[in-house]
Write a protein that binds this ligand. Structure first.
Ligand code: ZN
Length: 896
């Protein structure tokens, strides 16, 4: 049953203090929960209803005496508590079975170690509680366990006592000095080792930083620790926010549903975002670790100190914290060019994942109005679009103004559970007169209206008057439950460029020339508005939505020549890149439309899809010494199949795939000599450092190698596959090794099999590297339908474990997202998908629901895919005892 934001009511009871004692045992853990509760005087008197889930209740005492209680579904209801405002002492004794907890929510065991995951509603799987974020309590936690098996006992806050007990057991007592909602509770118990670092904050306080991992992994924690130290320094420097704890701990586990979790003072991470060494981690892994460590650390203020009133406000902490981690990564990247590369990466995720979400059955506003299962709303809309909504506020008040707004936000709300409206109010109030303050009510539509707005731009040059009139208009398609959309506030950062590539001074009609700048922000608030620029000496090319200043689709009729001008000359690197993508997309769509008449199948077409001028422009980019390698790599990346498909009313995935492959092949062939030069110039980056400049060179060299192998596959050349094979053997770092292996796999080289075997033999002890090995094979290019049988065989591989989320994702998810191999005319890919969703739902609904979302957009598929997809989705829907998680996703997918 659905829960509605409009139904929010303040809790009838508060919990002031919680004293938890755990007797940890994998089969049966005993939990004694002593709470001091009191009635909320602002709410009419009600029974106390405590949430629980899969708990065994042994005893309930009220003020030390037995009491009557009843169960209402999963809730424990206490109806006869004393009246009045006096606090009541509750004692609840329950047991649970961590070893059997395959959902990985609540208290579970991974590799003989206890972990918890409580966000969003996992704490109720540990004890009965008011498991909602607006109930904040002070926690004291005592852990007791076998000392030999669980030498390390951790919980939130400060260690205040520890010692030995009878029968080889020991204990540790932790007190968290900050009150917190239950979703931030954590405990860890096991045989772990820590990298430690003592630091002094700007304020002069001493802190102990610890990164806990399994014995043997310690040497892979240096980068995570450095990332943590950088995060701490950055938050102090940029926002004046200091670490508020004596001790800050990160613990890594290989069984984790998501990326990481910001539990107060005790962050728990997927090993994927902690462990790194040159031999086992790629540059991307290094950057992701820095970003996720930052993200979780930044939550300490944006999430933990100020939290969410209810789960509809999830983006309050997630959108803001993603914005913060993006800014952190950009500041760490240093150069303007590296910042732009990070921005482009973020926008690619938004456009290839969030835009489709916003146009599909799971579309929801950044602040949703209802949900059935909150775990389904940890989405790219809440996170990434939420970050864009924060970024627009940042841009509307300026960098300094935003810092003032954040300061006011903490002055007002520190220690509270608040709403998205509270946040935007603080940013606006700190910046009176700003466009945000002027349009705050309207701006908030970004939180309430789902869907991606389309921004249409039409320019008109008047040579006689020397004016350029830019007319901007906006619209937004209906989404589930929202048929009418009101205009958004859209900040449009823009410039004008002359045909020769010069930036033109921007002088709006009525302004004096002195105010003219080369780039400025227009704020569109109406359905349509015109802006007239004066003193424009020649017809300009507009550069619109610079830095992607709003999460919209820009609809502007550029000619090829205009886009080539922007690609060559725009001073905004984002728009330079964007011009290349628009051109690539344009040619892809045209080829898809043309091929609807012909029959173009994978690998078969030698049609020249890309015109010579575009290929030449890309050659110029590759050969331009002024551009960074990472940027070149992005410009040479064609729009993804998903992004191309997203533009079509009806999708034939095989046609999209074939066209994009043909474009790749054309780039491989036409630029062969350029790729060779790029390879030579970038293949050796010296002693390994995961910095942006050398990482960019490795990325570009890797792309060159793939292109050269792709070309070799056509010509029968064996030299380049041979070089790739050699590199798989002797690369000095995982980035180069993976790039070489993937070049062989992607080009379907006869050497691929042998290289994969070698790679496996070398890394079979390393779980994260094995994930890469599985994932590469799930994502391999399909030749005569060979990928699915290979995936099925890999599921029987001794190293495959479906219950481990990372491993399941590495093989099953990577296959189901491999469009060319997944969308089969014999429907076998969809059958496989349905089987796996049903199988995984039996033990881990959250992971199953993520997999279920692969079919979100089945209705857009062309026949015969559509009918086959429908029956697969319907088969999942028909499964008895489907979890709420999967049911919500599937019901939405089937709804009209
Ligand atoms: Zn987060």
């Amino acid at each position: 049953t659905a829960i509605y934001r409009a139904d929010y009511e303040a809790p009838a009871w508060w919990i002031d203090t919680v004293d938890l004692t755990f007797d940890l045992d994998p089969a049966k853990t005993r939990v004694l929960n002593k709470m001091r509760v009191r009635r909320n005087p602002d709410v009419a008197a009600q029974p106390l209803r405590l949430d629980g889930d899969e708990l065994n209740l042994a005893r309930v005492l009220v003020n030390g005496a037995g009491t009557s209680f009843k169960m209402d579904g999963d809730q424990l209801v206490l109806e006869n508590l004393p009246e009045g405002s006096e606090p009541v002492e509750l004692e609840i004794f329950t047991t649970c079975a961590p070893a059997k907890n395959t959902k990985l929510m609540g208290l579970y065991v991974s590799e003989d170690t206890f972990f918890t995951q409580c966000e969003a509603e996992g704490f109720r799987r540990i004890t009965y509680f008011l498991d909602r974020p607006d109930v904040m309590a002070m926690y004291t936690v005592t852990l007791r366990a076998s000392k030999a098996q669980y030498p390390v006992l951790l919980s939130n806050g400060n260690l205040v006592d520890s010692g030995d007990l009878d029968e080889g057991r020991h204990f540790a007592k932790w007190v968290d000095p900050h009150k917190k909602p239950s979703y931030l509770f954590a405990l860890v118990a096991g045989n772990l080792v820590a990298r430690e670092q003592k630091i002094k904050s700007r304020a002069g306080n001493n802190h102990l930083l610890q990164v806990f991992v399994r014995p043997g992994d310690l040497e892979k924690t240096e980068h995570a620790m450095n990332s943590l130290m950088h995060s701490i320094a950055w938050d102090e420097a940029r926002f004046g926010l200091s670490l508020d704890l004596e001790r800050f701990m990160i613990v890594a586990t290989s069984d984790f549903n998501m990326g990481a979790m910001e539990n107060k003072g005790l962050n728990i991470f997927n090993t994927k975002y902690v462990l790194a060494s040159q031999a086992t981690a790629t540059d991307t892994d290094y950057f992701n670790i820095e970003s996720v460590v930052g993200h979780e650390y930044f939550h300490n203020w944006t999430g933990d100190r100020v939290t969410c009133r209810d789960w509809f406000q999830l983006s309050l902490k997630e959108g803001l914290t993603v914005f913060r981690d993006q800014e952190f990564s950009m500041d760490m990247a240093g150069s303007q060019s590296a910042r732009a590369v990070k921005r482009i990466d973020d926008v690619r995720v938004l456009r290839t994942v969030q835009f489709p979400e916003d146009a599909g059955p799971m579309a929801h506003p950044v602040r949703p109005d209802s949900y059935i299962e909150i775990n389904n709303f940890y989405t790219v809309t809440i996170y990434e679009k939420g970050a864009e909504v924060v970024r627009m506020q940042h841009n509307l008040v300026g960098r300094e103004g935003f810092a003032k707004g954040m300061k006011l936000y903490f002055e007002r709300h520190d220690g509270q559970a608040v709403t998205c409206d509270d946040f935007s109010q603080a940013i606006a109030d700190a910046n009176p007169g700003s466009p945000l303050a002027q349009h705050l009510q309207q701006f908030r539509r970004w939180y309430s209206q789902a869907g991606t707005p389309v921004l249409k731009a039409v320019g008109q040059y008047d040579a006689a008057a020397q004016t350029y009139t830019l007319t901007l208009s906006q619209s937004c398609a209906p989404t589930v439950g929202q048929s009418e959309k009101l205009p958004f506030v859209i900040p449009v950062q823009m410039g004008l460029i002359s045909a020769s590539g010069q930036e033109i001074a921007l002088q709006l009609q009525g302004e004096d020339a002195a105010q003219a700048t080369l780039s400025r922000m227009l704020v569109l608030t109406e359905a349509e508005q015109s802006f007239v620029f004066t003193n424009v000496a020649e017809a300009p090319v507009p550069s619109l939505l610079r830095t992607f200043s709003a999460p919209v689709v820009l609809d502007c009729e550029f000619s090829d020549a205009e886009l080539l001008t922007l690609l060559a000359h725009d001073s905004d690197p984002f728009n330079q890149w964007e011009a290349s993508q628009r051109l690539g997309l344009r040619y892809a769509l045209k080829a898809i439309a043309d091929s609807a008449n012909n029959t173009l199948t994978s690998g078969q077409s030698s049609t020249e899809i890309l015109p010579a001028a575009f290929v030449q422009a890309l050659r110029d980019v590759l050969g331009n010494d002024k551009l960074d390698a990472a940027f070149k790599d992005l410009v040479l990346t064609l729009p993804s199949e998903g992004y191309i498909a997203d533009q079509l009313a009806e999708i034939d995935p095989q046609r999209v795939h074939a066209v994009r492959e043909a474009m790749q092949l054309q780039l491989a062939t036409a630029l062969q000599a350029d790729w060779e030069a790029v390879w030579e110039a970038n293949r050796d980056t010296g002693a390994y450092q995961p910095d942006h400049v050398s990482a960019g060179r490795r990325a570009l060299a890797g792309r060159a190698l793939t292109m050269l192998c792709l070309n070799a596959a056509q010509t029968g050349d064996t030299v380049w596959p041979g070089k790739a094979y050699q590199r798989c053997k002797d690369a000095g770092n995982m980035t180069d090794r993976m790039a070489a292996l993937s070049a062989l796999v992607y080009s379907a080289s006869p050497l691929a099999e042998q290289a994969l075997q070698r790679f496996h033999a070398l890394f079979q002890q390393d779980a994260l590297v094995l994930d890469k090995w599985f994932s590469l094979q799930g994502a391999a290019s399909d030749r005569d339908g060979n990928v699915l049988p290979a995936v099925k065989a890999l599921m029987k591989h001794p190293d495959f474990q479906i219950k481990n989320p990372n491993r399941a994702r590495s093989l099953i998810f990577s296959y189901c997202n491999n469009a060319g191999a997944f969308h089969r005319t014999d429907a076998a890919g969809y059958v496989f998908w349905a089987d796996r969703v049903i199988e995984i739902d039996g033990f881990n609904p959250q992971v199953a629901a993520r997999l279920a979302r692969v079919m979100d957009r089945w209705k857009k598929l062309a026949e015969p895919y559509r009918a086959a997809a429908r029956s697969a989705v319907e088969r999942v829907a028909a499964k008895p005892n489907l979890s709420n998680d999967v049911r919500e996703v599937i019901t939405r997918a089937l709804a009209d």
